[in-house]
Design a protein around this ligand. Structure first.
Ligand code: HEC
Length: 295
């Protein structure tokens, strides 16, 4: 190449790199636009967006808290399995969480099954449909199947109306109408939209009537009665068994159930990336050596 050709070549490279850069900017802009749409949809469905929780297992270097997994399995078996199945997991697989063979056998037999059986529900689907109007969904993949993922599942487990929420609803509705101050109070306690007092009154009436109100379920009412209360499951490792703790543990377990091999996947991913980085450095060194004498 002579000097002029080199200059020409450089300007072509510059032009191409500018084009690539603007294409990348366009792609990023398009991606952020499409990402914004479902968020808006959730907001307009009337339910609050569940707050993010500090899950230890998220992220490239995330790890499951083994003790939480064991406690969560216990909550799932003793509470959720009454109505739901977690059919892609077998009792025997719970040994991967650190349960002994005897413990797994006892857990399976406690629900009338053997250790080779999957975690099916104790309730027959037809009976469930009769009592609830819907068949409770299988929970094997639930943390991946809902917008909000783990935060959403945790949110609905702790998002029910408490006694004080009910007391507030009764007080506000005592005179049959909602004043501006009351609307604000209800909006902040129950995370409802304060701009529509009529809709709010309707929600409070249904809540007082005993329907299952939940802050984070889209539409606020659904067929699942509150499954977890303080002390609902007895823990053996000394951890406080508050409702919030039970919910945190069972969601950790459900995240594991949705992908039992995710820790292996992540550690393999990190090894592959490290390998590629080392390989790139070596190939670069080789390239410099081979071309060292060419001007
Ligand atoms: C008394 C029966 C019962 C128990 C116990 C129960 N559930 Fe449910 N659950 C239901 C029913 C019924 C539905 C369907 C609700 C609907 O779609 O209206 C449901 C739905 C759900 C959903 C899906 C919500 C959605 O977005 O569609 C999740 C998640 C869930 N349950 C988690 C749990 C967990 C975790 C436990 C254990 C801690 C549990 N449930 C215990 C009856 C139950």
């Amino acid at each position: 190449m002579n000097c002029q050709e080199v200059i020409k070549f450089r300007s072509v490279v510059k032009r191409v790199s500018r084009m690539v850069r603007s294409a990348a900017v366009l792609l990023v802009a398009a991606a952020s636009l499409t990402a914004a749409v479902p968020g808006d949809a959730q907001a307009s469905s009337g339910a609050a967006v569940p707050p993010k929780q500090p899950w230890s297992f998220l992220g490239v270097f995330g790890q499951f808290d083994q003790a939480a997994l064991k406690r969560g399995a216990q909550v799932a078996v003793q509470s959720c399995l009454t109505c739901h199945s977690i059919k892609y997991i077998k009792f025997d697989q719970l040994r991967q969480l650190g349960f002994s063979e005897l413990e797994v056998k006892a857990m399976a037999e406690g629900t009338g099954r053997t250790k080779k059986d999957p975690l099916t529900s104790s309730m027959d689907p037809t009976a469930a449909k009769e009592s609830f109007g819907v068949v409770p969904p299988d929970l094997s993949l639930i943390t991946k199947a809902r917008k909000g993922y783990e935060d959403y599942v945790y949110g609905i487990l702790v998002g029910y109306a408490s006694d004080s929420d009910l007391a507030l609803a009764n007080r506000v509705m005592a005179d049959g109408k909602i004043g501006a101050e009351e609307a604000k109070e209800v909006a902040s306690a129950l995370l409802l939209d304060g701009h529509y007092p009529d809709k709010m009154a309707e929600t409070l009436k249904r809540m007082i009537g005993g329907e299952n109100f939940n802050r984070y379920f889209p539409g606020n009412f659904f067929a699942m009665p509150q499954p977890l209360m303080d002390g609902a499951v007895a823990y053996t490792d000394g951890t406080e068994n508050s409702k919030v703790q039970l919910a945190r543990d069972v969601v950790t377990f459900l995240a594991w159930a949705a992908e039992p091999t995710q820790m292996e996947r992540k550690s393999l991913g990190i090894k592959v990336i490290l390998y590629l980085v080392v390989l790139t450095i070596m190939l670069y060194a080789v390239k410099r050596r081979i071309w060292a004498k060419v001007h």
